[in-house]
Ligand binder design. Structure first.
Ligand SMILES: [Zn+2]
Length: 350
């Protein structure tokens, strides 16, 4: 029985899935750069070679939880916890124990930001108590031969990734993720530890528990087609993952137009909030989000001007130094890639 749970939504479907066989995709980083420089209010739960895990207070009953450079949030209510991404199985097991010990609470909802494995894995840990919610495109993304953000990496177009087609966290964990040991990883293997949602929504949905509410908002697709932003109106806080970064250069821009990026970020900027808690790195304010949206505008203008001058992408990677962003995380690792992505977007045919 889930008395006390209420959700309302414009469009929803209850999906019936045969759950994927739970695998054991352990903690791994997706080459996401340096963790946030923030002041922890609780010491790291683990030190040494294990993952750094901690829980910090955001405001009121809203908390941020960390595993290395991946972050999620959770809201504690009198009837249990509303959790965003479960991140991975090891983290979820640790968090489940922490929630029981600190709050005497169980997770009643898991609200996915999107389907990418480094954020969405591990939810089965909360199976006994939780209802799982994600954007309606999430289910389709899980059943795709490869997740959308890996399709471009499949250079030989054989529907799976061989080691030389991988990088970052996937490369580092390739052997573990190649569950059947056939030398390639498929979407089913990448997503094996993702517990599919019970409920899908279309544009907007509200979840209420214990007198508290969180809104799920689907922006124009950017970074992934199944993005959800969580808005905690009482806490005046937004949780957004991967497509939102603060004081940090974006990852891959290609795949979505500058108009999509701008719309997706402007939608969040228009919400009535004070605190933004991203899935990676620093928390910040609405002004930080505006600066991040401004980065896209600056990048686009600079690359567009270079294209008009007939310059090559290699020339632009040398000349467009984006100096005012040199203090942001990933400036060294992503600046040239961002310029190349922008060049591709602005020179692509209709
Ligand atoms: Zn992602």
């Amino acid at each position: 029985m889930r008395t006390g749970k209420h959700y309302s939504l414009k469009v929803f479907r209850v999906w019936s899935f045969i759950f994927l066989v739970a695998g054991c995709v352990q903690q791994r980083d997706a080459n996401e750069g340096s963790p946030a420089a923030q002041t922890p209010q609780q010491p790291a739960a683990q030190a040494g070679s294990g993952p750094v895990r901690e829980i910090t207070s955001i405001t009121g009953d809203l908390y941020r939880a960390r595993e290395n450079n991946h972050y999620t949030v959770f809201l504690v209510t009198s009837q249990g916890v509303i959790l965003a991404d479960p991140i991975n199985t090891g983290f979820a097991e640790w968090l489940k124990s922490e929630l029981a010990n600190r709050f005497g609470a169980t997770v009643e909802y898991v609200l996915y930001s999107h389907h990418h494995w480094d954020h969405a894995s591990g939810g089965s840990v909360f199976d006994a108590t939780a209802t799982f919610v994600g954007h309606e495109n999430l289910a389709q993304a899980l059943s795709a031969p490869l997740p959308g953000n890996f399709i471009a990496a499949d250079a030989n177009r054989n529907g799976r990734l061989e080691p030389d087609e991988t990088a970052g966290g996937l490369r580092a964990n390739f052997d573990r993720m190649d569950i059947n040991g056939d030398g390639g990883v498929t979407g089913a293997e990448i997503n094996v530890d993702i517990r599919p949602p019970d409920i899908g929504y279309s544009n907007h949905m509200a979840v209420s528990l214990g007198g508290k509410t969180v809104e799920l908002i689907h922006p124009v697709p950017a970074h992934s087609d199944d993005m959800t932003v969580l808005f905690f109106p009482e806490e005046r806080t937004v949780f957004g993952v991967d497509y939102i970064n603060l004081n940090r250069l974006p990852g891959e821009i290609a795949g979505y137009s500058f108009e999509q990026w701008d719309s997706a970020l402007a939608l969040v900027e228009a919400l009535d909030f004070d605190i933004l808690a991203p899935g990676h790195a620093d928390m910040g304010t609405k002004a930080d989000l505006a600066a991040y949206r401004g980065y896209f505008e600056t990048l686009r203008a600079a690359v567009a001007a270079g294209i008009v001058e007939g310059r090559s992408v290699e020339e632009l990677q040398l000349s467009i130094t984006l100096d005012s962003y040199s203090g942001w995380l990933r400036y060294d690792s992503q600046r040239e890639a961002n310029i190349a992505d922008a060049y591709g977007l602005l020179t692509a045919g209709p």
